[in-house]
Design a binder for this molecule. Structure first.
Ligand SMILES: Nc1ncnc2c1ncn2[C@@H]1O[C@H](COP(=O)(O)OP(=O)(O)OP(=O)(O)O)[C@@H](O)[C@H]1O
Length: 243
């Protein structure tokens, strides 16, 4: 049965209104977000593009509960992230959010399996680590250490770690930034599969503009605001993307 209490069953993952983020004060103030309005439907794969400094990471960090807005609202289903206490934001991150960054942030002294287990230990209803590693095509690498894996494999471990807690949203900040294009496409394929097979809402920040072709929705940011939102009528698969 669908209920409004279950965030995975209703329609809009994020409803953002006039979201503002100012760093610092007075003449030194930096207006990273200047009134962002945005809606992200559940299950969308979204690509955020924009020049350096346009506010993409700031938006991702606020929606991911890592940073706080100065003003405005950001609803995650029926809950306003901007009104949450620190403890509520921590719970939100723990139960609903997966993050993947440009640099994989794996623990070097732990195997792939142990790196994924770190997260499943603190989650409510985690996927077994071997299942998560299987989903990213790394079953055969479970007992390898990060230093024994390529950059693309390490990033896939990072994705396995992020999805093992069955997040509602997966945020990816420059997930292919440190990878060559062939390896980058493999990582994008894994992200596309997570979106398609698990129904996870995905938001990707990237400078690789060609990635936009695999998105349901492309958001162009400039000067701390959303300039354009494009819904793709047709989408490319990760393998077809050239950059
Ligand atoms: N913690 C911070 N303190 C002060 N200024 C910040 C902070 N974080 C971001 N900024 C500033 O806010 C603006 C937006 O930064 P943001 O990182 O969101 O942009 P971006 O579009 O993600 O850029 P890039 O593509 O280079 O990563 C920039 O001018 C940046 O210098």
């Amino acid at each position: 049965m669908k209920t409004s209490d279950d965030p995975k069953t209703s329609g809009t993952t994020f409803d953002v209104k006039q979201l503002t983020r100012v760093y610092g004060e007075g003449p030194a103030a930096v207006h990273a977000l200047r009134g962002v309005d945005l809606q992200i439907p559940k299950g969308d794969l979204v690509v955020l593009l924009g020049a350096s400094g346009s506010g993409k990471s700031t938006l991702l960090n606020i929606l991911g509960g890592l940073d706080r807005a100065t003003d405005g609202q950001a609803h995650f289903f029926d809950k306003d992230l901007t009104a949450m206490s620190d403890a509520q934001l921590t719970r939100y991150r723990r139960h609903h959010v997966g993050f993947v960054f440009q640099f994989y942030n794996l623990m070097p002294s732990l195997t792939a399996h142990e790196n994924v287990d770190l997260v499943t230990e603190i989650s409510d209803n985690p996927m077994p680590a071997d299942e998560a590693l299987d989903l990213v095509g790394l079953s055969h690498r479970q007992d390898h250490f990060p230093a024994e894996m390529s950059g693309g494999e390490q990033q896939r471990v990072a994705i396995a770690r992020a999805i093992a807690k069955r997040p509602t949203v997966l945020f990816c900040d420059e997930p292919t930034g440190a990878l060559d294009s062939t390896t980058g496409r493999q990582v994008l394929r894994v992200i596309q599969d997570v979106n398609a097979n698990l129904g996870t809402t995905v938001m990707i920040v990237t400078h690789a503009a060609a990635t936009a072709a695999m998105a349901h929705r492309v958001i162009h940011m400039a000067d701390g605001a959303v300039r354009e939102v494009i819904e793709n009528e047709t989408r490319l698969s990760a393998e077809e993307i050239e950059w």
